[in-house]
Ligand binder design. Structure first.
Ligand code: PLP
Length: 406
């Protein structure tokens, strides 16, 4: 059994994929070929936003979004510690400080009430309100500029600038509440939709929330290519123009007119061609994923020794992962071992919340700062999830799980 069966998908559309690759080999426009614009307009239309900007990865999409929002040293960007490292990594890379906010125990997404507390804690430089990076200082940021100290040599406090909401496992975060907290404090919102392309919230598609949304086409994501790729989405004309420039070394009117510092962040024509072939069947695959999730919920249901994911009213998930909670860490280990013995692969997303990763140790967070993220990290694991998982396979998985209870 496959954890994510990319071969089953390829078998369905192999001819179309090969034809699209062939077309790129024939026209030879490997960089910014016609496939890029076609893909951007098709995905923008699907999501329901004005602009889509293809780029080299989901990480570059986040980096371009933060650059477009002018994030730099001295800035605080709020996000969840229960995500892939890339979400917070790009904040630190720009010399800004990631400020973590614990998650909601049902959705695994950032808790808007705690977001408000964290912003207040940073503004008042008061860790009694909510855990904040050590002393709320940017002394811990690598390559920080000397300008971040005051005349007495004391590091200056950080300034709240933005929020990155993460749609973990494919379920959109609560952008209505995140948006109103952000608005109250005059912060921008970025949607990390790396896992949620194809999901919805109150009739609106993921990748359309916040000022800029970012997705990833890493092979294992709901819409994946055969390498690295990503995309930024926005309704804002100006942000779109800036991000188009950023992805090509900050280009101005032409390639050798450089108006800002940017990156080499383009999406390959070949990957865009592959994505166009896959996008043809994507809406159907999202429905198939939903059927697989429904079957899991029925099979594992309320009697199982594990807790199945819940989807809030008005939302649909893209089901990038089907993540369940065991009662404790030993039970998770036992369940994973039993499944492994039965030939069923599982994975843990994510075994270590970001505030406890050594890469972020200089922020000075400690165990206990974000109890819900920590509790989930010790108990969570993901079952096989892809559009082509059969009812038979799922029954088998459910049996191994319920037999583990005896
Ligand atoms: C995959 C992922 C990213 C990074 O995407 P890449 O294309 O691998 O760079 C960022 N955030 C989240 C939540 C992800 O799952």
């Amino acid at each position: 059994m496959q954890f994510i069966d990319l071969a089953a998908q390829q078998n369905r559309i192999r001819d179309k994929i090969e034809a699209n690759i062939q077309a790129v080999l024939d026209h030879g426009k490997y960089i910014m070929g016609p496939e890029i614009k076609t893909l951007e307009s098709r995905l923008a239309e699907y999501v329901g936003v004005k602009h889509a900007i293809g780029c080299a990865s989901g990480t570059d999409a986040l980096l371009m979004a933060l650059l477009a929002c002018r994030i730099g040293p001295g800035d605080a960007v709020f996000t969840t510690p229960f995500t892939f490292i890339a979400t917070a990594e790009v904040i630190s890379l720009l010399g800004a400080v990631p400020v973590f906010v614990d998650i909601d125990s049902e959705s695994f997404n950032i808790d808007p009430a705690k977001l408000d507390l964290a912003i207040q804690a940073v503004k008042n430089n008061d860790p009694m309100i909510y855990p904040i990076p050590c002393a709320n200082l940017n002394t811990n940021v690598p390559r920080r500029s000397s300008t971040s100290k005051d005349e007495n040599g004391h590091p200056l406090p950080i300034t709240p600038k933005g929020v990155i909401g993460v749609d973990i496992f494919g379920l959109p975060a609560d952008y209505e509440r995140i948006g109103s907290v952000a608005q109250e404090h005059d912060l921008f919102v970025i949607e990390d939709a790396a896992q949620s392309f194809g999901a919805q919230l109150n009739g609106t598609k993921a990748c359309s929330f916040g000022n800029i949304a970012c997705t990833s086409f890493f092979p294992a994501k709901p819409l994946g290519c055969y390498g690295d790729g990503g995309m930024c989405f926005t309704d804002d004309d100006e942000l779109s123009t800036v991000m188009e420039s950023l992805r090509v070394h900050g280009k101005g009117d032409h390639k050798y007119d450089n108006v800002r510092i940017g990156i080499n962040g383009r999406l390959d024509s070949l990957q865009a061609g592959i994505l166009l072939a896959k996008f043809d069947i994507f809406p159907e695959e999202i429905e198939l994923r939903q059927q697989v999730a429904n079957r899991y919920a029925t099979l594992l249901g309320p009697f199982s020794p594990i807790k199945v994911p819940s989807v809030p009213p008005g939302a649909t998930s893209a089901w990038a992962q089907y993540s369940v909670l065991a009662t404790d860490e030993p039970q998770r280990t036992e369940l994973q071992n039993n499944l492994k013995e039965a030939g069923i692969p599982t994975a843990i997303y994510y075994p270590q919340p970001l505030h406890l990763q050594s890469a972020f140790s200089s922020l000075g967070y400690k165990k206990g700062d974000f109890p819900i993220s920590e509790d989930c990290a010790w108990r969570i694991f993901s079952l096989p999830m892809h559009p082509y998982l059969t009812a038979e396979e799922q029954k088998n998985i459910a049996e191994v799980i319920s037999n583990s209870d005896e």
